[in-house]
Design a protein around this ligand. Structure first.
Ligand SMILES: *[C@@H]1O[C@H](CO)[C@@H](O)[C@H](O)[C@H]1NC(C)=O
Length: 266
């Protein structure tokens, strides 16, 4: 399907100009993997039949999700101009052109990618002349380590037969993590709850919660794991700080003792 218009164009350009040095080509990576928070470079370079002598305008367009969607990044530069393409290289603070369209490099740099940047992108170049354009698809895969977004007790209407009090855990990650519920003994709970997706990269799971119980919600994916315990471990913190205080007091006593005995010995 895609080849047809191209062949048609090729035949046309051969008949019109009588010579042709090749056809359009565009090189992109099918998939670019980047971790959340890092910069991504979607590389894109191209060649076209008239590249030996083309002096006209070069327009670069980057769009997202669908090839026909409105480009979020667009810039034009004349090939025979010496001007800098500063208007091209910066678009807001997020997107930058990486390379010079005059040298047929039109890669896109995306600053500090987030999960919402995870999508298919389309690199498009348009030159002067009838149907003189080409595009190619590249996919940005934003990796995100599992995170616990929240862990809290929710009250369910008491007319349901299940426990009215439930512990609810929401996690995020890409790939989507799985949720495990652990007892204080680190054993898995009998009821692992049902997890439901609450967003493209989010999952919610709830389990029955009895008073005074200590439960840990753990999110796991191939990128790692994260966990949070309910109730938040205040008790542990208190014992730790009490112990810390006692140690400090003991040390103080000891050192005053040393000082005193030193003074006496003088
Ligand atoms: C711009 O001109 C240079 C020099 O003539 C040529 O090498 C290059 O391929 C041209 N760029 C495009 C996009 O045609």
């Amino acid at each position: 399907m895609k080849q047809q218009p191209q062949c048609f164009l090729l035949v046309l350009s051969v008949t019109i100009t009588g010579s042709v040095s090749g056809s359009w080509d565009m090189v992109v990576h099918p998939v670019v993997n980047v971790s959340r928070g890092e910069d991504a470079v979607l590389s894109c370079s191209f060649s076209h039949p008239q590249q030996q002598w083309y002096s006209g305008e070069i327009t670069v367009k980057w769009s997202m999700r669908e090839s026909q969607s409105r480009p979020f990044f667009s810039c034009s530069v004349k090939n025979d101009s010496m001007e800098g393409f500063s208007s091209c290289s910066v678009s807001g603070l997020k997107y930058f052109l990486d390379g010079d369209p005059r040298r047929r490099e039109v890669s896109l740099r995306i600053r500090e990618v987030q999960l919402m940047d995870d999508a298919e992108y389309f690199c498009r170049v348009e030159l002067e002349g009838w149907r003189n354009s080409y595009h190619e698809k590249t996919e940005l895969y934003v990796r995100a380590e599992p995170q616990i977004l929240s862990l809290s007790v929710v009250e369910k209407p008491s007319n349901t037969r299940s426990h009215p009090r439930r512990l609810q855990c929401e996690v995020e990650g890409h790939p989507l993590p799985k949720i495990l519920w652990l007892l204080a003994s680190r054993k898995l709970t009998d009821n692992q709850g049902d997890a439901a997706q609450s967003g493209l990269y989010r999952l919610i799971s709830t389990v029955p919660y009895l008073e005074e119980e200590e439960l840990t919600c753990r999110a796991e994916s191939e990128l790692g794991g994260a966990e949070r315990t309910y109730p938040p471990s205040n008790r542990l913190m208190v014992t730790l700080s009490v112990r810390g205080l006692i140690t400090v007091l003991l040390l103080l006593l000891l050192s005053t003792g040393v000082v005193v005995s030193c003074l006496r010995n003088r």
